[in-house]
Design a protein around this ligand. Sequence first.
Ligand code: FES
Length: 118
Amino acid sequence: MSDQPSIAAASGYYRRHIFFCLNERANGQACCAQHGAQQAFEHCKARVRELGLAGPGQVRVNKAGCLDRCAGGPVAVVYPEGVWYTYVDTTDIDEIVTQHLRDGVPVERLLLAPDVGR
Ligand code: FES
């Protein structure tokens, strides 16, 4: 008998996981940090905490480096759905938090077009 957990048991530690690209480029090339990504990340973290959504079995908000979709920046991605967003301000973040992270319904108006890359 193995002590290895099953894939099912090892999955879903967080119900939803959002990653914000916070990449900053010193050479003047486009990057998410130029478009308020840090503020959006901090706002998202605070809102998730305020709503009691943070922690195991619930929601995790994480920083990421470049996600290679810079042309649509600032960008964030939510798993397990793998839904990509672009956002403008904290109102957009509030909508992602309540509608998607809490209620499980992606915010269609903020979806990143599938062909947007670096
Ligand atoms: S700098 Fe944000 S995706 Fe590349």
